[in-house]
Ligand binder design. Sequence first.
Ligand code: SAM
Length: 239
Amino acid sequence: MANKFYVPGQQRADKVHDLFAAVAPRYDLINDLQSFGLHRVWKRRLVHMARVRPGDAALDLCCGTGDIAFALGARGANVVGLDFSAAMLEGAQKRSESNARVTFLRGDALQLPFPDNQFDIVTIGYGLRNLANFETALSEMLRVLKPGGRLLILDFGKPDNRLWRQCYFTYLRWIVPVFGRLFCGDSATHAYILESLKHYPAQNGIAALMAEMNCEEVKILNLLGGLMSINHGVKGTEA
Ligand SMILES: C[S@@+](CC[C@H](N)C(=O)[O-])C[C@H]1O[C@@H](n2cnc3c(N)ncnc32)[C@H](O)[C@@H]1O
């Protein structure tokens, strides 16, 4: 069944924007409930893989309420968190008072307001799947990374094992939308996750795109048998 928040083409970004405006007040709570708290573990893995050095310049795209941005800041990076949703950024700003290393900016991940070769680290957690064009997004991320800079992408994955994938898609189809209905008054907000995942190339497709774009050290870390995944790459001198 079609999902009102997943509309390909020109309207994609507007619908995603509407979705996060609706979800923002309960976003963190639902994340904890639907992942049994595990999203925190997976975000820590991503930050670990970023190999942060004190003073690194980091960009966290689609930062939402700021979990990854704050974790990078806690490791000594100077972080910009960018998101196009004022409602999600409001949640991040509320948490940012004691984190002078982390600043937030409203902007579009597909048109980054930064010069080339600016960041040592670019991260994106549960963001790439929501963007209207994955190639444009990756090329923007690589553009703003310095040569040798690290790119880390955390998102829902597609497990290779068919039985496991079936169980997981069943959870996304029947259980996760209940959180949307209970906390946002609309099951479509969370039924969107499965719909968007179906249209997302997931870990293997994203790794292939990264390799095509001359990313180096392209690796996939599968979590829970590939339910979640982290794509890792390093910007080469030719990227
Ligand atoms: C699922 S949330 C992820 C938030 C956070 N990274 C986390 O892992 O908890 C996706 C975020 O992507 C943002 N987003 C979607 N499309 C965007 C775009 N084109 N530019 C910037 N942010 C975007 C949404 O506003 C939302 O905050």
